[in-house]
Design a protein around this ligand. Structure first.
Ligand SMILES: [Zn+2]
Ligand SMILES: [Zn+2]
Length: 353
């Protein structure tokens, strides 16, 4: 099990702000299922490996190459990509075409490039047991294979070149640069979502995100189908029908952190695990975040919430709004990863022994 860094298939569409300024609105899209994630219903993919020191060992020609495993119907295809090519392929996949083509959003491409480069360096060898470094699914970072993107230099290529080798560091090490689609107004700490201790994965308010329209979502399901979704995990199995959901704990960001589920028996589970089980059963558009309330109407449960994704680290929707408002990429990153610095990967620290 491992925490996904990536957004859950963000899609943005253009909107016109009241002031007439062109802006971009985030809508939840479909996530690619990751072949390397946790078992279905296992809940949050929450193991974060210790960050590696900045300055990974380059290959003989001086270029760090990532071995990327891309799951397909015929098994896993391995792609060896120089780091900067990998970052470009990720930027092109993680940001929608409207953002990639908008000159006003150029800074967002730089933010994504720095974040995705940092994630790659911090997670080299994450899939060592399977014979590659990172996967091409939402478990690590999705990417658009370079062949499909071969074209004249574009904004994405410009942003990757402009930020070449820059990473986010904390105490000389590349951070776990997690990101998500939309926080809904307040990010979550790694500590509250899975018990992590990284000080830079702190919960921060995001006024830019809460101004966005279309942040609210609703999901409804009946107790019997919810019980079936939960039965895939012994720790969440409540029997044949779910009769009650009690929110027993929330964190500072307003996210639910624990729920008590009552059927023929009562279990108390982490809210991210509960969300994971529902996402597996009903899809990414079900419980989009743990920032929700729940009401009951007979046998049906009605969830209403804001935000999309786990809420930890950089919020893509808020980051984009900040860029469009004139905030620099470095200041955007500093907001979502407090206490960190953006610096050249080869200028700090040594590889971990
Ligand atoms: Zn992966
Ligand atoms: Zn946000």
């Amino acid at each position: 099990m491992a925490l996904s860094a990536t957004s859950v298939g963000t899609a943005f569409v253009r909107r016109r702000s009241p002031a007439g300024r062109a802006a971009l609105l985030l809508l939840p899209g479909l996530a690619a299922a990751c072949a390397f994630g946790g078992a279905p219903g296992a809940g949050p993919r929450v193991t974060v490996t210790p960050p590696r020191a900045v300055s990974p060992a380059p290959s003989a020609d001086g270029v760090l190459t990532l071995r990327v495993g891309i799951a397909g119907e015929r098994g896993v295809r391995i792609l060896d990509l120089p780091l900067e090519d990998y970052v470009l392929a990720v930027v092109r996949a993680e940001l929608p075409s409207g953002v990639l083509a908008d000159p006003a959003a150029a800074g967002m491409l730089e933010v994504q490039a720095i974040v995705s480069r940092t994630f790659a360096i911090a997670n080299l060898g994450r899939h060592r047991a399977e014979g590659f470094d990172v996967c091409g699914g939402t478990h690590c970072q999705v990417l658009r294979p370079p062949d499909a993107a071969r074209a004249a230099p574009d904004e994405a290529a410009r942003a990757v070149a402009a930020t070449r080798s820059l990473v986010i560091a904390h105490e000389g090490r590349a951070i776990q640069a997690l990101f998500h689609a939309a926080c809904g107004g307040h990010t979550a700490s790694g500590a509250s979502v899975w018990g992590g201790s990284e000080p830079y994965l702190a919960a921060v308010p995001d006024s830019f995100c809460s101004r966005l329209p279309a942040q609210a979502w609703t999901f409804e399901a009946d107790g019997a189908s919810l019980a079936r979704a939960l039965a895939s995990s012994p720790a969440m199995d409540v029997g044949t029908g779910l009769a009650r959901i009690d929110i027993t704990e929330r964190d500072v960001s307003g996210r639910v952190t624990r729920v008590a589920l009552t059927g023929s028996r009562t279990v108390s589970v982490r809210a991210e695990a509960f969300r994971g089980a529902l996402r597996t059963a009903f899809g990414e558009r079900s419980l989009r975040s743990t920032r929700f309330t729940v009401a009951q109407d007979g046998r049906r449960f009605i969830f209403q919430g804001t935000g999309l994704g786990h809420g930890v680290g950089l919020c893509q929707a808020g980051a984009l709004e900040r860029i469009l408002a004139g905030v620099s990429p470095a200041d955007v990153i500093a907001h979502y990863f407090p206490g960190t610095r953006v610096m050249p990967a080869d200028g700090v620290g040594r590889p971990a022994p």
